[in-house]
Design a protein around this ligand. Structure first.
Ligand code: PNS
Length: 166
């Protein structure tokens, strides 16, 4: 059997427990897992790429076969450059399916040798997203148990001084 190097791409703005759950699952079935943070000039992220990278790097320490990288441009090109053969994506609910299918098939059209593998996070995280975490936190709600404590701390620092409740 060949060594399988997989890429788990995303924005990770910020990392959630759902992402971590998928990273752990991926680390068990692939020999190497590269968590790839998209540097996207169009989006207006809450955390800078280096802040996201730092949080991810700390949180993946328990998994020796996982490493963090940053990419820009086409995902398939980054994957080929890294000699990866698998793209890993998480599917939480059926609502994710259409978008994920479209991306997977487009990536296959661009690079037929790359296979997209979908995994499901634990059901406790099936309703969790970075977007909702940011919104809830911004509005003064609790994100305990939804993101690692480190991320919660960084959210607190980010919003320090801002009035979060109405
Ligand atoms: O966490 P996200 O925002 O759902 O991740 C989306 C991501 C990074 C996987 C997607 O936007 C991506 O692959 N962007 C890189 C540009 C690219 O290759 N686009 C064509 C996709 S078919």
């Amino acid at each position: 059997m060949n060594l399988v190097r997989a890429i788990y791409p995303g924005s990770f703005d910020p990392l959630t427990n759902g992402h971590l759950d998928l990273i752990e699952r991926g680390s068990k079935i692939f020999e190497e897992l590269i968590v790839a943070i998209l540097r996207n000039a169009e989006k207006d992220p809450l955390f800078t790429v280096s802040e996201r990278r730092e949080m991810l790097e700390k949180m993946v320490k328990p998994f020796p076969n996982v490493r963090i990288e940053v990419f820009e441009g086409l995902l398939v090109e980054f994957a080929m450059q890294k000699k990866a053969t698998v793209l890993l994506r998480g599917i939480r609910a059926i609502s994710d399916y259409e978008y994920e299918l479209q991306m997977a098939l487009m990536n296959r059209k661009l690079q037929p040798e790359l296979e997209t593998v979908f995994m499901m996070p634990a059901e406790a995280y099936s309703y969790l997203s970075s977007r909702l975490v940011k919104e809830i936190f911004r509005l003064g709600g609790s994100v305990r148990g939804l993101v690692p404590e480190l991320v919660e701390q960084k959210l607190r620092e980010k919003f320090a001084g801002e009035v979060r409740t109405f």
